[in-house]
Design a protein around this ligand. Structure first.
Ligand code: ADP
Length: 373
């Protein structure tokens, strides 16, 4: 797996019971996954020779993030390296402009959008194609956790996104009721499984809570979301886990926001809440093994992200959290605690949604240090 973040750490964990030999390309030995994987190469994923040497002896190469340059992946594929998901699929997770165009062609509903050249062009977009301001601007590459996304209310505010020198996509500001995610896994054979559609709650552009299944979502919309995600996976030839981030509009429509072709934060609940986790199914899919059952194990599962706070030592909070809630599932990433950084998550599950949310919130806040009792 290329990339040493928490997704690689948890994918490695899922491969252990299967006896899968897992090799990692990581930026530094301190990265989340590099701390726990025994076969680690430290190197730069932007360097073709590093990637080539790393891929030697691997049956299949997969990813913890979408930032490996496409031209390098094409070169490796031409040399016979098996890359899953393949570069032609991965392009759509690397570049929001490419993704929007492809989904439009495939007839998948998306926010109205257009690549814009400068702030004046944003003004034209607002007038001609959007509903006026505000307009959402996004750099087509390199964004995450809301970085690379701006909500602008006029020409004066629209200059900033163009400074990076990366193409900028303008989108209508969707007045959504909530955000959902439809997670599916597809194998090279074309076998696919769909997890229950989840609600994802963001705070300051960062995922805070995921509820599985999305409360009150009609069977019709949940079926539509799953079908949309399966269709995207098949049309784009995705192999592995695909997260389709969606907006549910106030008038009951679904619009696709983003695609991620790797395990995703909206699927972390599956570690404790589904028969087969997204990580286990990603491993199975990239190895072209039969996929595992995606069904939930409890009526409700809640994933609450643990963000860093002012206290560097989260271990000190384990005593309280474990004593208060013996059923709590803690997943920490081994990262240094910095304010606002995602350093772990907790999963809670049960018959009562409100109770599962309260337990998750309490544990995350206690670990962070924003509450002390
Ligand atoms: P990132 O790559 O940072 O995850 P996203 O495209 O997912 O960027 O946008 C981050 C957040 O910004 C979304 O989760 C959503 O809350 C908000 N957002 C993005 N696009 C729109 C839009 N067109 N209309 C309204 N809100 C949006």
């Amino acid at each position: 797996m290329v990339g040493g973040g928490q997704l690689a750490r948890m994918t490695h964990e899922a491969g252990i019971p299967l006896g899968i030999r897992f090799k990692l390309l990581s930026d530094t030995p301190q990265d989340s996954a590099a701390q726990v994987v025994s076969d680690v190469v430290i190197g730069d994923y932007r360097d073709l020779d590093t990637l080539r040497a790393f891929a030697q002896g691997c049956d299949v190469v997969t990813f913890d993030h979408e930032h490996v340059p496409a031209e390098h992946l094409r070169a490796l594929e031409a040399e016979g390296v098996v890359i899953r998901p393949g570069v032609e699929a991965l392009l759509h997770a690397q570049d929001k402009g490419v993704m929007r165009e492809r989904l439009r062609e495939a007839g998948v509903p998306c926010p109205r959008h257009r690549i814009v050249a400068d702030p004046e062009d944003v003004a034209r977009f607002a007038e001609e194609e959007g509903d006026g301001y505000p307009v959402v601007l996004k750099t087509v590459r390199g964004g995450y956790d809301g970085k690379g996304v701006w909500v602008v209310r006029g020409v004066a505010e629209a200059a900033e996104p163009f400074r990076a020198g990366v193409p900028v996509l303008a989108e209508e500001m969707v007045d959504f009721a909530r955000e959902l995610a439809a997670n599916v896994v597809r194998s090279p054979h074309g076998q696919a499984v769909a997890y229950p559609v989840v609600e994802s709650i963001q705070v300051n552009g960062v995922c805070d809570t995921v509820i599985a299944p999305a409360p009150g979502l009609s069977e019709e919309l949940s079926g539509q979301a799953q079908e949309m995600a399966l269709k995207i996976a098949a049309e784009l030839g995705v192999v592995g886990h695909l997260a389709v981030e969606l907006f549910e509009t106030r008038d009951g429509r679904l619009l696709v926001n983003e695609l991620a072709m790797r395990p995703h934060n909206s699927g972390h609940w599956t570690q404790d809440g589904a028969v087969t986790s997204q990580f286990a199914n990603h491993v199975r899919a990239v190895l072209d093994l039969p996929l595992g059952d995606p069904r939930p194990r409890a009526p409700w599962t809640v994933m609450t992200n643990v963000l860093g706070g002012d206290f560097p030592d989260m271990y000190a909070a384990y005593l309280h959290c474990m004593a208060r809630d013996p059923a709590l599932k803690i997943h920490m990433y081994g990262k240094d605690v910095k304010p606002g950084r995602k350093v772990g998550h907790v999963n809670t599950y049960g018959d009562d949604l409100a109770e599962a949310r309260e337990r998750g919130r309490h544990a995350a806040d206690y670990l962070r240090g924003t509450i002390t009792e």
